[in-house]
Design a protein around this ligand. Structure first.
Ligand SMILES: [Cu+2]
Length: 179
């Protein structure tokens, strides 16, 4: 191949992947938030990276109660109220209430995520991946960075991945606005 041909092929390949299309497919954009507990006390950070088939989530937390805890994406980017109820229900498609549970065959809950484990020292470091959402709507998956934003909420108990409405996860104990 002459170098001229090579340049022509390279130019064609670049033209075939315009920047907008790359972003629509999940172009590595990130969003992050500060994890807060009761009385707005800082509990760590949450980082979400858009990926071609979903989102990668990194959580670094401290000052938490040891043990397994459910985490979910909730539908509104609000973590300022006592109890974090303002973050709403889980991220989901359409108007109907979602059917929850990663191990539930009928599930339609886009906010579902696997549990995290907090060690005896009250810290947790975890990376989890979800194919159920996107940051900005890639793959027609619900967008975390939509008009009203979203939040990552940590619950008091583990998620059993089956029971309704939230897998027995209990109270909301920490919350991070994703933006
Ligand atoms: Cu939840």
């Amino acid at each position: 191949m002459t170098s001229l041909n090579r340049i022509a092929i390279l130019a064609a390949a670049v033209a075939a992947v315009p920047i907008a299309a790359a972003a629509a497919q999940g172009g590595g954009m990130t969003a992050s938030g500060t994890l807060v507990g009761p009385a707005n006390a800082q509990r760590g950070t949450v980082m979400v990276t858009d990926a071609p088939t979903g989102v990668l989530v990194r959580i670094e937390a401290s000052g938490m109660t040891p043990g397994w805890h459910a985490i979910h994406f909730h539908e509104k980017g609000v973590c300022s109220d006592q109890g974090f109820k303002a973050s709403g229900a889980h991220v989901h498609r359409g108007k109907a209430a979602p059917v929850h549970g990663l191990l539930n065959p009928a599930a339609k809950d886009s906010g579902d995520l696997p549990n995290i484990y907090v060690g005896a020292d009250g810290t947790a470091q975890a990376e989890v991946f979800s194919t159920l959402v996107s940051l900005r709507g890639a793959g027609k998956r619900p967008a975390l960075a939509d008009a009203d934003g979203s939040a990552l909420v940590v619950h008091a108990n583990a998620d059993d991945y089956k029971s309704q409405p939230i897998g027995g996860a209990g109270d909301r104990i920490a919350c991070a606005v994703i933006k």
